[in-house]
Ligand binder design. Structure first.
Ligand code: FPP
Length: 238
């Protein structure tokens, strides 16, 4: 199935799910002698634009890393500003017609008003066509442990890969085809550890607030030059 043409890139079934590690907001701000919070503000604005482009182009699922389980060690003012930006963005998504928001991560120990807002947004947007996964209070290892514990609670004594996949927070989406990290860092940082087994990785040098549509298209064009083998061989290599 082919969808809308973007420049010379046609999004097809090979690219259904893109995930982003939005790195470099703090450095973007520091470079401009601005507080880190301003970097997050521009980062959140950029995220809004990038999600819009992805869905307009025909991408079915987008996942982003908004807040890791380790990010609680940041100064409280920075944590509060990220939470406020998230709350503002939730209001925007609720008004969208096609975007379904799904929070991945542990909601059990979040401030209760935030958890309530998240659950309400998931309920309001349920059934919409495009899936937007926001990782908040998320850790990839914890997600795998959580899946195993759910399986044990269901009475399983032996599990398969598909059992674990079906208990991941992103079970309703295919695994990410492309994972993009900005700011010249080449790490996975505990993000989608199970789901990234065969993902293609793309690392951009620019800080997240500068990762614009042109940068996105560069990443997508690069993705389409990759030969994905999923552990096997392509027809022309047999
Ligand atoms: C990484 O940059 C970014 C974060 C830890 C937070 C990302 C949050 C937002 C963009 C705002 C809220 C999110 C949404 C989905 C609206 P960094 O602070 O680690 O940057 P640095 O490595 O340059 O310090």
């Amino acid at each position: 199935m082919f969808s809308k043409k973007q420049k010379n890139v046609i999004i097809d079934d090979r690219l259904k799910h893109i995930a982003f590690i939005m790195d470099g907001n703090g450095r973007w701000a520091k470079k401009r002698l601005l507080p880190r919070m301003v970097g997050h503000k521009y980062g959140a604005q950029n995220f809004k634009n990038i999600v819009k482009y992805c869905f307009e182009m025909g991408i079915e699922s987008v996942t982003t890393y908004a807040f890791s389980t380790e990010n609680w060690s940041r100064p409280q003012a920075e944590i509060d500003s990220i939470i406020n930006l998230l709350k503002e963005y939730i209001e925007v998504v609720k008004q969208e017609e096609k975007v379904r928001i799904i929070f991945i991560g542990d909601k059990s120990n979040l401030p209760s008003d935030l958890a309530r807002i998240m659950i309400e947004a998931e309920e309001i947007t349920m059934g919409r066509e495009k899936k937007l996964y926001i990782a908040f209070n998320y850790g990839g290892r914890a997600e795998i442990v959580n899946a195993c514990n759910s399986l044990i609670a269901e009475g399983k004594t032996k599990v398969t890969e598909s059992d674990i996949s079906s208990h991941m927070y992103t079970a309703e989406a295919p695994d990410p085809d492309l994972i993009i990290r900005t700011a010249g860092e080449y790490r996975i940082s505990n993000f989608l550890l199970w789901q990234c087994a065969y993902s293609e990785f793309y690392f951009a040098e620019v800080f997240w607030p500068d990762f614009d549509k042109k940068e996105l298209m560069k990443a997508i064009e690069n993705f389409y030059t990759r030969k994905r083998r999923f552990g096997g061989l392509n027809k022309d290599e047999e």
